[in-house]
Design a protein around this ligand. Structure first.
Ligand code: R5P
Length: 297
């Protein structure tokens, strides 16, 4: 078998799930910092002639990118036949246009950096808002799989008679994709964000779904303010505080508390980012995509 997976620090569990499904080798990498803060990287197995897939979720991307790029470059120098990136969460996708003069469109610049280092990319539920596909910013083969089926399976096993609720128009595609396999209805709310942590959400009238249990579904929980405001809007209509299911547990400072303050008690996420709320395994569609990219697996 030609392919091998190599987990950057913190990504071992996801790589192990993939390794089991793909039946391929796991290679090691040592990453540490010199006293002056510079990054040391050493590949612990010989990548010559191998398709090497680095597994690295790119939340907190500034802290992770340097080691990842050094590892990929070293694999190439040492003769890897291909160098891929499995990034269950792909950071920097939300700044997808220049909102103010002079701003960096970091989604495209970040994509260009990754393009220079890797031959292919697999990610989960990339935040494509004003863009339709990763191909608009990536030159390499970039595959965006969805964890919607896994999110739906969790809801199906835990929540009777669910009503799937997306907290904003952008979440419509996830809400619809999660609701479909459950045969459940879905609705979306209207969101206005006036600052990083200032979010207002309006729910449509939900009277006709009174007998159902609302579950909020979104791609990213970052500050948690979107989910918190959406939960409050449901409570204002007389529903109990809903469960919240997010694909990516970004959880920027204070997010979990903001959700708890809004009365939310059940918060689940996928393992695309390691977090205490992980309850959903997103590795299956990723493994399927890797199998297609490296057919000899
Ligand atoms: C926004 O467009 C995304 O789909 C999420 O709704 C958003 O990133 C959540 O952010 P926060 O948790 O900071 O409200």
């Amino acid at each position: 078998m030609n392919a091998a997976l190599c987990a950057l620090p913190g990504n071992e569990a996801f790589a192990a799930q993939l390794g089991q499904q793909l039946g391929c080798a796991r290679f090691g990498v040592e990453v540490r910092h010199f006293p002056d803060g510079e990054t040391y990287v050493r590949l612990l197995d010989d990548p010559a002639g191998r398709q090497l897939a680095f597994v690295c979720s790119l939340n907190d991307p500034d802290a992770k990118l340097q080691a990842l790029l050094f590892a990929a470059g070293t694999a190439r120098e040492l003769g890897a036949s291909g160098v891929g990136l499995v990034a269950p969460y792909l950071g920097y996708m939300r700044q997808d246009r220049r909102f103010k003069d002079g701003e960096a469109v970091t989604s495209a610049l970040f994509a260009a950096q990754l393009d220079r280092a890797f031959d292919w990319l697999v990610t989960v539920d990339a935040h494509l808002h004003r863009r339709k596909a990763l191909a608009e910013i990536f030159a390499m083969r970039a595959v965006d799989v969805t964890a919607a089926a896994a999110v739906a399976a969790w809801i199906g096993s835990q929540v009777p008679q669910p009503l799937i609720v997306g907290p904003d128009r952008e979440s419509e595609r996830w809400a619809a994709a999660v609701a479909a396999p459950l045969g459940a209805p879905h609705v979306v709310m209207a969101k206005v964000r006036s600052g990083d942590r200032e979010v207002r959400v309006e729910a449509p009238p939900l009277e006709r779904w009174r007998g159902r249990t609302p579950v909020l579904v979104d791609d990213i929980i970052s500050t948690g303010r979107t989910m918190a405001a959406a939960a409050s809007a449901l409570v204002a209509q007389g529903f109990a505080a809903p469960a919240c299911a997010g694909v990516h547990a970004v959880f920027a400072g204070g997010a979990l508390q903001a959700l708890r303050d809004a009365g939310v008690r059940r918060i689940v996420t996928s393992n695309s980012i390691v977090h205490e709320t992980n309850a959903i395994d997103a590795s299956e569609p990723v493994a399927a995509a890797i199998r297609e990219l490296i057919p000899q697996n």
